[in-house]
Design a protein around this ligand. Sequence first.
Ligand SMILES: Nc1nc2c([nH]c(=O)n2[C@H]2C[C@H](O)[C@@H](COP(=O)(O)OP(=O)(O)OP(=O)(O)O)O2)c(=O)[nH]1
Length: 315
Amino acid sequence: MSKPVIEVVAGAIRDDQGRVLIARRPDHAHQGGLWEFPGGKLEPGESPLTGLRRELDEELGIQVLASRPLICIHHDYGDRVVRLDVHRVERYAGRPVGREGQPLAWQHPDDLGARRFPAADRPVLTALRLPDRLLITGPDPLDPVAFVARLERALAGGIRLVQLRAPGLDARAYADLADVAYRRCRDHGATLVLNAPPDLAGSLPGDGLHLSAHWLRKVTSRPAAHPWVGASCHGPDELARAEALDLDYVLLSPVKPTATHPGATPLGWSAFAALIKPVNRPVYALGGLGPNDLAAAWQAGAQGIAAIRGLWSFD
Ligand SMILES: Nc1nc2c([nH]c(=O)n2[C@H]2C[C@H](O)[C@@H](COP(=O)(O)OP(=O)(O)OP(=O)(O)O)O2)c(=O)[nH]1
């Protein structure tokens, strides 16, 4: 008999320094003594938003004014299955206090890993460290000066995650470009992910590796040379493979018609949402998207959008 699923809603609340509020669970509770994102079980028939507002008022004495979905995790603890629906609280009224006596702490997302959280929260910590827009560079940088100027404009405009894609370059030219791109990204506090064969990427400066669908099939374990590893997926088998390899995040495409792959059949948002429902890690929606699609992407369960044309400036 399948175990009943406990529906839990939780809030990721940020302060103006970008730190996130966490609370310590009571020792006697399930996952007791561990840190959590404030929240709790939904009441029967309650919507996630109503539950979020109620829980954060009860536990912290704050009123949620604006929020949006961040990530939804299904986790089997053995004795129970939890569906943890985490929302980013964008605005709230009041000052959070531990109304149930629970200790609270504000922590930068990069430092959350030093705390002990329930197992279900691991992908939530990853989602909090990733931005909502992933820029894929393009087209091939035949003119490196113009290419770097475009990259610089995107970084100045707030892009903080860049995938260096240049399939037309040989290994030498790609390595030279990675060198420049890495320095530019580092100057802006952005993460550079290399879309290259793992052996080549492992020898180049960067923060991460992007596995194309080809390399996702070929590697037998998670490549270890860079801290971040993501992959391109187009359906359930590739999504399952990325999970089995314990990659940090994935891209699922194409959501809409795209000039890069004109022959591919677009998924549309509802098929996209259905495909990523069982995926317990951040998913970027890709294919014909731009910043105007962010709200639809969040509602479909995505971390955000990935794009070439939608985020790369061509003028
Ligand atoms: N709030 C919260 N719960 C989490 C997180 N991670 C995680 O695995 N859980 C699990 C632990 C529990 O099994 C369940 C939440 O149940 P709870 O006991 O806190 O719910 P509640 O506040 O409604 O408490 P109660 O009325 O049952 O006493 O979700 C998290 O980050 N935040």
